[in-house]
Design a protein around this ligand. Structure first.
Ligand code: PAF
Length: 372
C-alpha cells in the first residue's frame, strides 16, 4: 500500500507494496525531479532500479545506516546529494556486529520517524533545485533473511557463516572490547555494496575505525566505489551525535561530554607543538581522571560513573599506537568511555530512554592534521 505524505509517496512494508516497489522502479528514473522514494525489502527489485539508473547514466551515492537517524546521518545524505544524482539509504540493524553479550534488542528502532526525516530531507533537496543536485531514490530495508540467506547470522567469535574479516585492523581499539564488531560491519557492508553497487559510499568520521576498515576493504577486495568520509556532527557543546545518546539522560550526558573535552585537550597539546604520546595523551588523561574522581566523591543520586575503555593515539592508516606523531603524517586521537547505569534516579529527572539503566558506550575521535 502506498500513501501520500505532503505530496511524497512512501510505501508501507506489505507484500503488495513490495511488488509495487519492484514494478515501479523505472518510474523513478524517468522522474528525476520527483521527491518520492521507494522502500525496497529485497535485492532483485533494488537491482532492477540500479540497472535502470546505470543505463540512464545516473550516479548512486550510498549511505548505510542502522536507522535511528539523526542530523549526522542527514549530513551524509546531503553530501551524497552534492555528488550523485541518486541516493540509496539502507536501514538495517545488523545482528552480526552485536556481540553475544551486547543487547541487539535494545538498539533504538524508529522506522516511522526515520522515514519522516528522509521525506523532509528529500523535499529540502528537491527545493534547492541546484543542477545535478541528487535526491533519495531508494530506501533499502532488508530483513535478516535477505541479508543472511543461508545460515542464521552468528555473533559467536567462532560462529559459522560467510564473513569478511579485515585483520589486524579489526582487533584494535573498539575490536578489543567488541571482538565480532568489525567482522559484522565489514560483512554487512560488503553485502550492502554488492546489492547497491554504488559509485560512492558515505561514512561519518565519528566511527573512525570503521572508516579505516571500510577503506581497507574497498582497496583489498578491489571494490569499484569511492569512500567518502564526512566530518562528525556535534551538539553545540561538542558532544558527537550518536543514535545511542537517547539513552544518556541529562546527568550522564553532562558527564559524557568528558570524552570530547579530553580529546580536545590532547589535540590542543599537539597544536601547541607537543609530539610525544606522554604529552598528548597525558593531557587527555588528566581530564578523565579529574572528572572521574569528582564524580566518585558525589552521592549515588548525583553522580554518573564511567570507565575509560581506551584513549588512543594511532597511525591514520594502520591504527598502530604511536609513541611519537610524525608531523608529516599526523595521527588519530580516539577514545571510548563506558557510561555506567545510574545508581539512583532523582524524582523528575530526565534519565533518558530506559530510565538510566542502559549502559552507554561513547566513542569519539579527532584527527591530528599533519603539521605544515
Ligand atoms: O555505522 C553504522 O551505522 C553501521 O556500522 C553500518 C555501517 C550501517 C553497518 O551496519
Amino acid at each position: 500500500m502506498s500513501r501520500l505524505v505532503n505530496g511524497v509517496r512512501s510505501f508501507s512494508t506489505t507484500a503488495s507494496s513490495l511488488l509495487a516497489d519492484a514494478t515501479s522502479a523505472s518510474r523513478s528514473v524517468t522522474q528525476p525531479s520527483s521527491s518520492s522514494f521507494q522502500v525496497f525489502r529485497d535485492v532483485p527489485s533494488l537491482r532492477q532500479l540500479r540497472h535502470q539508473l546505470l543505463k540512464n547514466e545516473r550516479t548512486v551515492g550510498f549511505v548505510p545506516t542502522m536507522g535511528a537517524l539523526h542530523e549526522g546521518h542527514l549530513s551524509l545524505i546531503r553530501e551524497a546529494a552534492r555528488e550523485n544524482t541518486d541516493i540509496f539509504v539502507s536501514i538495517f540493524v545488523n545482528p552480526t556486529q552485536f556481540g553475544v553479550n551486547e543487547d541487539l534488542s535494545s538498539y533504538p528502532r524508529t522506522w516511522d520517524s526515520d522515514v519522516e526525516k528522509l521525506e523532509k530531507l528529500n523535499d529540502e533537496l528537491g527545493r534547492t533545485g541546484a543542477p545535478g543536485a541528487g535526491q533519495i531514490t531508494a530506501i533499502f530495508a532488508p530483513t535478516s533473511k535477505v541479508m543472511y540467506p543461508t545460515l542464521p547470522p552468528s555473533s559467536e567469535i567462532d560462529g559459522q557463516g560467510s564473513f569478511v574479516t579485515i585483520t589486524p585492523l579489526s582487533s584494535k581499539l573498539e575490536g578489543g572490547s567488541r571482538p565480532v564488531f568489525f567482522r559484522g560491519v565489514a560483512t554487512v557492508c560488503m553485502k550492502l555494496f554488492n546489492a547497491t553497487t554504488p559509485d560512492r559510499v558515505y561514512f561519518g568520521q565519528k566511527d573512525v575505525q570503521q572508516t579505516v576498515i571500510i577503506k581497507r576493504m574497498v582497496q583489498d577486495f578491489l571494490l569499484d566505489t569511492k569512500v567518502r568520509i564526512i566530518s562528525t556532527s556535534r551538539e553545540a557543546d561538542g558532544l558527537a551525535l550518536s543514535s545511542r545518546n537517547v539513552y544518556l539522560g541529562d546527568r550522564r550526558r553532562a558527564v559524557g561530554l568528558t570524552i570530547y573535552k579530553a580529546l580536545k585537550a590532547a589535540e590542543d597539546a599537539y597544536l601547541s607543538g607537543k609530539s610525544t604520546r606522554a604529552d598528548i595523551l597525558g593531557a587527555a588523561r588528566s581530564i578523565t581522571d579529574r572528572v572521574l574522581s569528582e564524580q566518585e566523591a558525589l552521592s549515588p543520586s548525583e553522580r554518573a560513573l564511567f570507565e575509560v575503555d581506551y584513549i588512543s593515539l594511532a597511525d591514520p592508516d594502520t591504527l598502530d599506537e604511536l609513541d611519537l606523531v610524525d608531523s608529516a603524517k599526523g595521527g588519530v586521537l580516539s577514545a571510548a568511555l563506558k557510561m555506567a547505569p545510574l545508581e539512583e534516579n532523582k524524582p523528575g529527572e530526565d534519565c533518558g530512554l530506559g530510565e538510566g539503566k542502559v549502559p552507554v558506550r561513547l566513542i569519539d575521535n579527532l584527527i591530528l592534521q599533519p603539521r605544515a
